[in-house]
Design a protein around this ligand. Structure first.
Ligand code: CA
Length: 230
């Protein structure tokens, strides 16, 4: 399972290679376009997010951004060497969602990608599973079990939302730590078990034989509900 498809528009091979490697490590599927023209023709493949360098050999990043925005609201992160406040504001004004100033840490870029994807997902969606037995309402930060509202702590909600967004995908404890804290912290991974126990207590019919949140022995957890059709 992939986390999403990302288009990296960047003419400097050294930078795009590093960005690609970091994103692939996080299970994103990455396509690189070295020119504006290639980027625009790649668009029809459909991407979940675009990382767009402002300085390209054939086109201005701003123009590409505006062209994309004519018929798509795909999240865009601009890469810019321009650190002037004015230029940043301009970038956001023409429809970019976020920007990262060069030189940047690839790790920070990946964090921004994830945050932006979460944000763009979080603004819609009520996800419902097994004929509305379990409903996760990201807009209201609410979970409903058999129609009844269940109160989850923000951490529990984040964890459940994360795994439920990717049914069947196995998450290690460390990945889930990352979801909660935004970074890896080995010492924290056992607390994931405690959070999962609480979530099960709230959403499972039978905690001894959980239906939704399954343990994957030796690795971590996965979500086993089946999403309802819209
Ligand atoms: Ca460039």
């Amino acid at each position: 399972m992939k986390n999403g498809r990302i288009l990296v528009v960047e003419d400097e091979g050294k930078i795009s290679e590093i960005v690609k490697a970091y994103l692939e490590k996080e299970r994103f599927q990455v396509t690189v376009a070295e020119t504006g023209e290639k980027a625009l023709s790649a668009l029809k493949q459909g991407f979940d997010l675009i990382i767009l360098d402002l300085m390209l050999p054939d086109m201005e990043g701003e123009d590409i951004c505006e062209t994309i925005r004519e018929d798509s609201d795909v999240p865009i992160i601009m890469l810019t060497a321009k650190s002037e406040e004015e230029d940043r504001i301009k970038g956001l004004g023409i429809g970019a969602d976020d920007y990262v100033v060069k030189p940047f840490s690839p790790r920070e870029l990946v964090a921004r990608v994830k945050a932006l994807l979460r944000r763009s997902k979080g603004t819609k969606d009520i996800i419902s599973f097994n004929n509305s037995d379990l409903v996760i309402d990201a807009k209201r930060f609410e979970v409903r079990k058999k129609g009844e509202t269940v109160v989850l702590t923000p951490t529990e909600f984040k964890l459940l939302q994360c795994i439920a967004d990717h049914p069947g995908q196995v998450f290690s404890r460390l990945q889930l730590v990352n979801v909660i804290l935004g970074y890896d912290f080995e010492g924290y991974d056992r607390t994931i078990d405690a959070h999962i126990k609480n979530i099960r207590h709230k959403v499972e019919d039978n905690q001894k034989s959980p239906f939704y949140v399954k343990t994957v022995y030796g690795i971590g957890y996965k979500f086993a509900g089946s999403p309802d059709e819209d």
